[in-house]
Design a binder for this molecule. Structure first.
Ligand SMILES: [Zn+2]
Length: 602
């Protein structure tokens, strides 16, 4: 844990991403920023107060598309430069300057949506039939109309947007700046602790004494800030309730599902079925961990242990290429071509360095190509992380070639389907290439301990808790730290039953996630993975026709609802069946891990 981490300037350049794909010179970036200003002025001067004819509407939206493309390119460039080195002041300043410029430009353009909402229905219809390119944008406007406020009220809310984002900012500052984790001591030896170290390393520590001591030190620091964070969170949910009421929704839950184009039934199904039907399988998995690690009493502090911590193959970036190409190549020639380009043209930032953003992500600027940030640890698990991010890349690369910039982004409900799909394809491939029981068990337990645990347990339990919070708010109540602790504890106890002791400190888990400031996000992880699981099973069973369907789904981008996209892939998410089948699939994998463990130990 005391590894020396390099400065950005000292890392191997060939393993960094090449941002010159955006701009070869700073002047080109500056020219794009000027272009954004120019286009905004043109739109404002040309169309403000004039969006009452179909012709003006479509001309204005065509210009807006152009502006979105340029702003998306310049914005991605400035924020990606920051993400690899937060210590670089020059990049920080460029990025901050750009976001100020852009928020000013787009607030000047808030008249567009307001005028469109006010426009005559027949005119909007005419504009829709005259432009396929703008049709979806305009259909969304029609859909939003019912919940729109008076233009002046919308303008005020837009002007207050950064103030209204304060709960999230306060949460982030508390967690990342104020919580000063001190080192902790076990048997006279001192160990460092931070938020990142706890979630990235200590939770997985094999030594039970160390792992539990880290948990206790971590929890006691969280506890010191519980009232501050609860106050920020109460402000957030109260704001969401007020907005919901203003916009004519009876429930804050409905208002948050509205932009996702998902109804309550789909939302409740994920939470209710997983809480009830997945729990027995996961308890069995917890029991297996308990047995393998010879733990007297299984607790919340022990759930992140690996099935086989001494066994994880190493892998270099160069070696990963073969696995990635073979596993994901089934998605087509052009998909394979994209993967080759990703390596050859340096779309991926693999290195580890000081000040680099943690975790992994994929950014897909519309007019360039995707960029992936990852911190390669030379461990085999990275092939899953990379396959996941390439799933986002493949999605936006394919739909970017098919759709205009208005139509690329699907509902949040669907966002994680293409990425987790690639994790499934990777697992299926790895199961084929090596017959050794220990390797197979490693692959399957990666699926459970990483992929399914993350999406179906961690984030789902957040979702179950979050629904309880919104129910209280919808009924006119409010929440404070003690309420949140009780809710979180009861969700954990319900899921894990008598098989896992929910130790002191576990109730504070609600303080760990930024998701609660992003609406109904947590439940969508399991939704995307349900679709991915079912489609990946179809690919194994049916081959090419299932691949072809999936490719069409990826190309469709944001032009369809989650129900429609799933249907195109042969999955009917209006019924319980896909989720029940996925849960059964998870149960089968856990049974197979138990069986392999007996084989290995026997
Ligand atoms: Zn993802």
């Amino acid at each position: 844990m005391s590894k020396v981490i390099k400065e950005r300037k000292d890392v191997d350049q060939s393993l960094t991403w090449d941002l010159s794909a955006f701009y070869s010179k700073e002047e080109e970036y500056n020219a794009d920023v000027e272009m954004c200003k120019k286009l905004t002025s043109e739109i404002e001067e040309g169309y403000k107060g004039k969006l009452y004819t179909a012709e003006n509407i479509n001309e204005c939206l065509d210009k807006l598309k152009k502006l979105n493309e340029v702003a998306n390119k310049a914005g991605s460039y400035s924020s990606l430069s920051v993400s690899v080195d937060y210590g670089n002041r020059e990049n920080q300043e460029r990025s901050m300057k750009f976001s100020n410029i852009v928020s000013d430009l787009f607030s000047r353009l808030s008249f567009i949506d307001s005028e469109l909402i006010q426009a005559d229905e027949a005119v909007i219809e005419e504009a829709i039939s005259n432009s396929k390119e703008n049709a979806n944008y305009l259909k969304d406007i029609k859909r939003d109309k019912k919940h729109a406020l008076h233009p002046e009220a919308e303008r005020v809310l837009a002007a207050l947007s950064s103030t209204l984002g304060a709960p999230y900012t306060i949460y982030g500052k508390t967690k990342l700046t104020d919580m000063n984790f001190k080192s902790f001591t076990v048997d006279g030896e001192e160990h460092p602790l931070s938020f990142g170290l706890f979630e990235g390393e200590w939770e997985f520590e094999n030594n039970t004494k160390l792992r539990r001591a880290a948990f206790e030190a971590f929890s006691s620091k969280l506890r010191e800030y519980q009232n501050t964070v609860a106050a920020a969170y109460q402000t957030q949910v109260q704001k969401e309730k007020t907005m919901a009421t203003l916009r004519g929704f009876d429930s804050v839950i409905d208002s948050l599902l509205f932009p996702q184009k998902v109804d309550r039934e789909l939302y409740n199904r994920q939470i209710d079925l997983i809480m009830e039907k997945l729990a027995p399988h996961m308890r069995k998995y917890a029991k297996l961990l308990q047995k393998i690690h010879k733990i007297d009493e299984m607790t919340f502090m022990d759930l992140k242990l690996a099935v086989d911590p001494d066994y994880e193959p190493n892998i270099t970036v160069e070696e990963s290429k073969k696995y990635i190409e073979e596993a994901l190549g089934v998605l087509g020639e052009d998909y394979l071509e994209m993967i080759k380009r990703a390596y050859d043209e340096r779309w991926i930032d693999f290195v580890q360095n000081k000040g680099k953003s943690t975790g992994a992500f994929c950014a897909s600027p519309y007019a360039v190509h995707p960029f992936i940030l990852i911190s390669w640890t030379e461990k085999m698990r990275e092939v899953f992380v990379l396959a996941h991010e390439l799933g986002h890349a493949g999605h936006f690369h394919l739909c970017g070639q098919t759709q205009n910039i208005f139509d690329t982004r699907p509902s949040l409900y669907f966002i994680e389907a293409p990425s987790t799909m690639n994790e499934m394809l990777m697992a299926n491939h790895l199961m084929k290439v090596n017959d050794e029981p220990r390797f197979k068990r490693w692959v399957l337990s990666s699926m459970i301990g990483r992929t399914y645990y993350h999406n179906f347990v961690t984030h789902l339990l957040e979702a179950a808790y979050q629904r309880e919070v919104y129910n209280i708010i919808d009924n006119g109540g409010s929440v404070q730290a003690s309420t949140l602790n009780e809710l979180k504890r009861s969700v954990l106890e319900k899921f894990w039953g008598d098989d896992v002791k929910i130790t002191e400190g576990a109730e504070l888990t609600w303080m760990r996630q930024p998701h609660y400031y992003m609406g109904l996000y947590p439940y969508t992880y399991s939704a995307g993975l349900t679709v991915a699981t079912e489609v990946s099973k179809r690919i194994i069973k049916e081959g090419q026709p299932a691949v072809d369907d999936w490719r069409e789904v990826l190309k469709a981008g944001g032009t369809k609802t989650p129900v429609e996209l799933s249907k195109m892939a042969g999955v009917d998410i209006t019924t319980d069946k896909p989720l029940l089948d996925t849960i059964e699939h998870i149960g089968n994998i856990i049974d197979e891990i138990v069986r392999l463990t007996e084989e290995i130990e026997g």
